[in-house]
Design a protein around this ligand. Sequence first.
Ligand code: 13P
Ligand code: SF4
Length: 332
Amino acid sequence: MNTVFERDLQAKGFIDVAIDPTIDLVEEINRLKQEKNAVILAHYYQESEIQDLADYIGDSLGLSQQAAKTDADVIVFAGVHFMAETAKILSPGKKVLLPDLKAGCSLSDSCPPHLFAKFKEQYPDHLVITYVNCTAELKALSDIVCTSSNAVQIVESLPEDQKIIFGPDRNLGDYVKRKTGRDLVLWNGACMVHEIFSQERIDALKAEYPGAKFIAHPECEEHILAQADYVGSTSGMLKFTIEDPSQTYIVATESGILYQMQKASPHKTFIPAPPNNACACNDCPHMKLNTLEKLYNCLYYKQPEIILSEDVIARARRPIERMLEISARLGL
Ligand code: 13P
Ligand code: SF4
């Protein structure tokens, strides 16, 4: 990093060069995508305008499957840092861009690799399963990675007497324990977005919409999951609302997914489960750091880029590939 521009970029983590106000951003992003042979992968928690521009929209599992098989030269990851890292690990020869490098994850932050390494040392005979919402360094300390789509099935695919450490999400870990009956050793991490749903406000919504189904992401706390008609990943929840005959859903996860739910079922009503603050819905502040402007600059300058050492890529790749192999075998 030499020039003032590059130093500025490094300090900010994104490019905030002013954009010609007369250009059509959507048109230009599509043009740049062709010109640079780039693909845009977007998570369901992105702003609707970014979802509309994406070549693929999905949950963490779907996004990593896409990252592993794309033949584009450049992957623009409209999501958070750990997701873009996963794409880089699976496609190390490609340029992987994240519109804002500061788009982190509170759950990933709740599990620093050096502390997890000490935790792991206490259980030398345990296999380590890590939820994909963690750093590449943490994945490198793991035996198998999982996502919210396949955590239960991955644990079930292991022999019953296999001792297991599960991290970093204690809520997903608890959910997997309840579903599988296995006794997992859990790291005590959590997501700031999924832990602030208000029981009182959810009860009020249920009273207001008595026919509504309540659906929740497994990162929510046990008392929230206990009342859910369906628990699953973002794509699992979306599929449920398409296939289920009900007309109204109260949705306990980040509000971005409601956009695809509404698009897929325009005649149905989707209500975000409210948090325990003054807001009507839960937004992930990290996911929402990505904007159309940053996406444009990121494609234009081919920066900021995810850089990982060869050593971390090599060590983190195996547990992710194990997850993809098990998922493919189980048809997930
Ligand atoms: P999904 O696995 O459903 O994509 O969830 C990712 C996530 O970050 C949830 O907070
Ligand atoms: Fe991380 Fe939670 Fe945001 Fe998902 S919603 S990216 S787990 S902070």
